[in-house]
Every structure is written in structure tokens, then in C-alpha cells.
Ligand binder design. Structure first.
Ligand code: SF4
Ligand code: SF4
Length: 192
């Protein structure tokens, strides 16, 4: 709930930190559950997930908080939080959750939803461009080609590098989801 200061600095400083029922979008929980194929609504906030998380001791990232936000339908808070991208997807939380929730997959679902808001770190977008252009997230290069030849291997591996005729199929899948188009657009907007 916003009191409505006209000055953005004041707005930021005195933002309302109470949770109101109107802050909750129940569709957000449904979207997260559908995409993650998990059951965050069963979370009882034991904290085992955050206690397992390698990112937690070194940052403000708290997986338990993100699961709580999913349950409460706090869409904007979840998707605009930079900590969303600090999960290493190590699956320790998923291994240990006593309620068989997959918090890792809750995070993956939220990242997918954030991408639809154009919120995504640049390295993901660059990876999309590389896969679109070469079929590889980490493509071959001249140094590695020389190293491969020295090892008695062919310069190019048995992949799309050697058989580029498979690239159009990969591009067709990516075009279906407008991945390259969105990556190019977001990257170019960021450069202005
Ligand atoms: S471990 Fe499972 S039940 Fe416990 S807080 Fe994390 S998600 Fe919730
Ligand atoms: S999967 Fe992500 S949230 Fe879960 S413990 Fe690993 S880094 Fe933390």
C-alpha cells in the first residue's frame, strides 16, 4: 500500500513495510507451483533449506523467504529481488526439505517468471545468443582447436560445430519461445 509521496526518494525511504492482503497475488503461487511442479504451499518454515544453502552465509539470499513469498503471493517482491539469482541450484535444500518441497525448482520457476518481466542477468542472455549462433553455451575457439589437434583430435568435436546442418532445428525450438529475439532486445535496451 503506497501512501503516495511525490518525491521518489521520500517514497523509497518511507515505503510501507507492512504486508497487506492487497499485496498478495494468489495467481503467483499457482504459476510458481505449475512451473516448478512442486508444492511450496506445504512449507511450514522450518528453515532447513536456508540452513543447507551455500549462498546464504555469504549474502542476504534466503531461500526460506522466497518460499514464503510464493505462499503469500508476493510476486513483485520475489521477481525484483536481485538475490533471486544467487541460487547455485545445488539441490541441498531439495534433498533435505522435510515436506518434500523442491525449493530449487521454486527458484527456477520464479526466474522464468522474472524473464517475462525482462528481469534477467546479462550472462543468461549472452548464453542464449551463443547457443543460437553455435549450438553451444561454451563454443569452441581457436586456442582449443589448436590444443585438440595437438592431442590428435579433430579440431571440431562431433557436435553442431562439425555438423552445422543441425543448427536450424535448434533455432526453430528457440524461435518458438522468442528466446533470441528477447535476448537481443533486452541486451540492446541495456546498452542505451
Ligand atoms: S526446508 Fe522445506 S519446509 Fe522447511 S522452510 Fe524450507 S521449504 Fe519450507
Ligand atoms: S539449491 Fe539454491 S537455494 Fe537450495 S541450497 Fe542450493 S543454492 Fe541454496
Amino acid at each position: 500500500m503506497v501512501k503516495g509521496y511525490s518525491d521518489p526518494a521520500m517514497e523509497d525511504k518511507f515505503q510501507d513495510r507492512y504486508f497487506h492482503t492487497t499485496d498478495s497475488n494468489p495467481e503467483f503461487l499457482k504459476d510458481v507451483e505449475k512451473l516448478s511442479r512442486s508444492i511450496p504451499h506445504m512449507c511450514f518454515q522450518c528453515g532447513t533449506c536456508t540452513g543447507s544453502c551455500p549462498s546464504a552465509p555469504r549474502s542476504s539470499y534466503r531461500i526460506r523467504k522466497f518460499v514464503r513469498r510464493a505462499v503469500l503471493g508476493l510476486e513483485k517482491e520475489s521477481l525484483t529481488d536481485p538475490d533471486l539469482w544467487l541460487c547455485t541450484t545445488c539441490y541441498s535444500c531439495t534433498d533435505r526439505c522435510p515436506r518434500d518441497i523442491a525449493p530449487t525448482d521454486v527458484i527456477m520457476a520464479m526466474r522464468n517468471l522474472a524473464f517475462k518481466w525482462d528481469i534477467v542477468p546479462r550472462n543468461f542472455l549472452k548464453t542464449i545468443q551463443l547457443i543460437y549462433n553455435t549450438g553451444h553455451g561454451v563454443p569452441n575457439n581457436d586456442v582449443n582447436r589448436a590444443a585438440r589437434v595437438k592431442l590428435g583430435l579433430e579440431a571440431e568435436p562431433e557436435t553442431t560445430h562439425k555438423y552445422p546442418e543441425y543448427l536450424p532445428g535448434i533455432r526453430k525450438i528457440m524461435d518458438h519461445y522468442h528466446m533470441k529475439e528477447n535476448a537481443d532486445r533486452i541486451l540492446s535496451e541495456g546498452e542505451h
